[in-house]
Design a protein around this ligand. Structure first.
Ligand code: GLN
Ligand code: ZN
Length: 759
């Protein structure tokens, strides 16, 4: 018999119950006990939803993050936590700087947060130093295990492996993290002993770093750790996901564990080698259902390649989703607004586990025993393959006809800069903003009332026009040089465009955890992307009609639209990206024709799309940058193209950034004291740069002196003629009472800078 299991279930709850319980607790409106009850109820519901499987994950549920849970499990919280606080308060202090806003608990600086491999999930970075020691604190995990046992399920605890745990953390004093391995592994050994006492047979131990490029030290660490853990009385399922093992394949197969899990979606090509290399006593778990997307699995196609493997491995074969289902929404059955046809193509976490059970039944009892399920599935799969809503021959033909010239401006930056300077006649240190102005309660309420049909289309349009007028007036009063319309009509920089593009669908409850209680609801690209009509021209031209100063048109770039959506699995991402690029290109050209001569194309998520392995970066950067350029560069020399990126690591991608050839790039720099401009200086970055001088993530208002100082530091690195003055990012999360004085300080600082410059 084939064994079915799951690597992890979404924690947030079908209706984001966990989010609301956490936020209520943090506000001081509910007790720890109430929060614990919600957690327990969610775990129960989630195990129930998985109860068709043979082995269920325990330990995947978390109040914030499973990496932080691992830090707690091994007694590695930073020493700055309030030692008198109770365990949960300590936990939230590290997660978010404080536990309850109303409590007497002290505030500390929160743990750093960063992206979990190539997902949009963020974990709390473990902190280490030379003195770090570990000790086992397993009570929470053990209590979850006993809860699960009471429910009568077969428990498979899920833990993050010791080597990945060290790899994901940060050494605070530059000591070598690997020096901590022995001590850490000793605590893992204790944990495994404790689990054995609970009667646990299998433990899933995740080492996702197996799909990254590991140097010899890390490879050796894996050997060292697993040779020690081999002594433990429980069986270990060593688990990798998100990619191919490549040069780590032999290592992964040879580590002394009882079983190995391989992501059979992303590492499909490696299945045969893994089977060949795996010792005959070991279990092979194949992740056959995609845990990173929302598409139905083609059951027949999967059985076609899986049946021979089952015939060969028999009981040694386990099957599961490719990775934890943390990265997909909970239950498609909650959706009642999706178009029926599109809905028939989708599977969220619950449906993915159904698929897994059907495949198991087919393997165990023969395909005919699930004939009906297979027919229905084949019908859905074929309907998606052939649907005229997915395939638009015009769009495909246009992508095919893309020529390299489409990506290039007519002239070089140097020539364009002269023409643009004559045309706009902007002063030195021109001031601008990144696009959005405060999204006030009024704006959000109007949008909501419009959505619910309580505000007529005409009245909503008028409301937005009034907002634009107000925003332009404010910018005049402040004295900015290049204005924006303020983006009041946008709820989200991707969703806004998705809603106007063909080929996009939107779920109502398709929430995925991003960090802590924060969730995102990525729109779904199901078909070829095209733009039925202009998307932003009306707002931009209205704003421009109110001012003699240039108003920037504001668009989201193709790479960001792609990276923040659920994408198709039936064509390469690069192709989808090119389709979006053409749609944005049309919008850029329409804006230009309508008299908008400065256009900003945001690529906030360009960096996020980088593959896990550095050796694959260039391939991604090539098509991503080309897509951006196709969208941006179909304009005359006189039109000034801006791009914006709100992060600060450019060191390893500066060449690609320069390649984008935007006339102006605005970036986040205020917290780094302009040091990150060093890379632009060293690289001799040729075009104009607007390094952020106003940290929009903080309620603090920068002073004129601070801004002058920052810009002076900037001009030590970049010639003054090529510098702009602007905030780090959009202002939508701030209030007018902060934004006005901050931007006024910016304008004053820029005037001081202009006057202080030697002639
Ligand atoms: N133009 C967008 C804004 O100002 C950019 C947001 C972003 O970079 N994340 O809101
Ligand atoms: Zn930004």
């Amino acid at each position: 018999m084939v064994t079915t299991h799951n690597l992890g279930f979404p924690r947030i709850g079908k209706n984001r119950e966990l989010k609301f319980a956490l936020e209520s607790f943090w506000r001081g409106q509910s007790s720890q006990q109430q929060l614990q009850q919600v957690g327990q109820a969610l775990r129960q519901t989630h195990w129930q939803a998985q109860n068709k499987l043979d082995l269920l994950p325990v330990g995947d549920f978390s109040f914030y993050d499973h990496v932080l849970d691992t830090s707690v499990l091994f007694g590695n919280l930073p020493s700055r936590v309030d030692e008198h606080a109770n365990d949960l308060d300590k936990y939230f202090q590290v997660a978010r700087g404080q536990s309850q806003s109303a409590s007497a608990c002290q505030q500390i600086s929160a743990g750093e947060m960063t992206k979990w491999f190539d997902t949009n999930y963020h974990y709390i970075v473990p902190e280490f130093d030379a003195d770090t020691t570990f000790s086992l604190h397993a009570s929470r995990l053990l209590s979850h295990i006993s809860e699960a046992k009471q429910q009568g399920i077969t428990v498979k605890p899920v833990i993050l492996g010791p080597v990945s745990y060290l790899w994901l953390g940060k050494s605070k004093d530059d000591s070598n993290k690997l020096d901590l391995l022995d001590d850490l592994v000793a605590s893992y050994e204790q944990l495994l002993l404790a689990l054995d006492k609970e009667g646990i047979e299998w433990v899933q131990i995740d080492e996702p770093i197996l799909v990254t490029e590991l140097d010899q030290k890390w490879q050796h660490a894996l050997k060292q750790a697993y040779f020690s853990l081999n002594k433990a009385p429980v069986k270990l399922l060593l688990t990798s996901y998100f990619g191919e093992l490549k040069e780590n394949l032999h290592l992964a197969c040879e580590l002394p564990v009882a079983g190995l899990h391989l992501d059979a979606i992303n590492a499909f090509a490696e299945i045969t080698s893994v089977i060949d290399w795996l010792a005959p006593h070991k279990i092979l778990s194949l992740g056959i259902i995609n845990g990173r997307n929302i598409w139905k699995t083609d059951l027949n196609a999967t059985l076609d390649w899986l049946e021979p493997i089952y015939a060969r491995l028999k009981d040694r074969l386990w099957i599961a989703p490719s990775c934890s289902l943390l990265h997909v929404p909970v239950d498609l059955d909650s959706e009642n607004d999706l178009d029926d046809e599109v809905q028939s193509w989708l599977a969220f976490a619950v449906q993915k586990l159904d698929e897994l059970s059907i495949i198991a039944t087919a393997l165990n009892e023969g395909r005919e025993t699930v004939a009906e399920e297979r027919v229905l599935n084949a019908f859905a799969v074929q309907s998606r393959q052939n649907s005229s809503r997915v395939h638009n021959s015009k769009v495909k033909a246009r992508v095919k006809a893309i020529e390299p010239a489409l990506a290039n401006r007519q002239s070089s930056y140097q020539q364009r800069a002269k023409i643009q300077q004559q045309h706009f006649n902007l002063p030195l240190f021109p001031t601008t903003t990144i696009g959005s102005f405060p999204q006030t309660t009024d704006i959000r309420q109007a949008r909501k009332r419009y959505r619910l049909g309580k505000l007529a289309e005409k009245d909503y349009q008028q409301f937005l026009k009034d907002e634009i007028k107000f925003t332009i007036e404010q910018q005049h009063a402040i004295g900015l040089d290049v204005l924006v319309h303020g983006e009041a009509e946008r709820n989200d920089m991707v969703e806004y465009f998705g809603q106007q593009l063909d080929g996009y669908a939107f779920s109502q409850f398709g929430w995925v955890q991003s960090y802590g209680s924060r969730c995102v609801k990525p729109p779904i690209i199901y078909g070829d992307i095209s733009r039925p009509k202009p998307m932003t021209v009306e707002w931009a031209t209205y704003a421009q009609s109110l001012s003699d100063k240039p108003v920037k048109g504001m668009l989201t770039g193709p790479v960001t639209i792609l990276n923040w959506s659920f994408v198709r699995d039936d064509q390469p991402r690069s192709q989808t990206c090119q389709q979006i690029a053409l749609a944005i290109r049309d919008e850029v050209q329409d804006l230009e024709r309508a008299g908008i001569n400065i256009i900003q194309i945001d690529e906030a998520a360009l960096r996020e799309g980088l593959p896990l392995r550095k050796s694959q970066w260039q391939g991604y950067l090539d098509w991503a940058v080309t897509s951006y350029k196709i969208s941006a560069n179909g304009v005359s020399d006189q039109t000034q193209i801006h791009t914006h990126m709100c992060y600060s690591e450019f060191n390893d991608i500066i060449k690609a950034i320069a390649n984008m050839d935007a006339d102006v790039i605005t970036i986040e720099t205020s917290r780094s004291d302009m040091e990150l401009l060093d890379v632009f200086k060293e690289f001799d970055y040729p075009n104009e740069i607007g390094p952020g001088v106003y940290d929009i993530h903080s309620p603090n208002i920068p002073t004129v002196e601070q801004i002058v100082l920052l810009m002076k530091k900037a001009s030590q690195r970049i010639p003054a003629e090529r510098l702009w003055v602007n905030p780090d990012c959009g202002l939508k999360t701030r209030g007018w009472q902060e934004v006005k004085p901050a931007l006024t300080a910016m304008v004053t600082a820029s005037r001081i800078l202009r006057n202080s410059l030697p002639e």
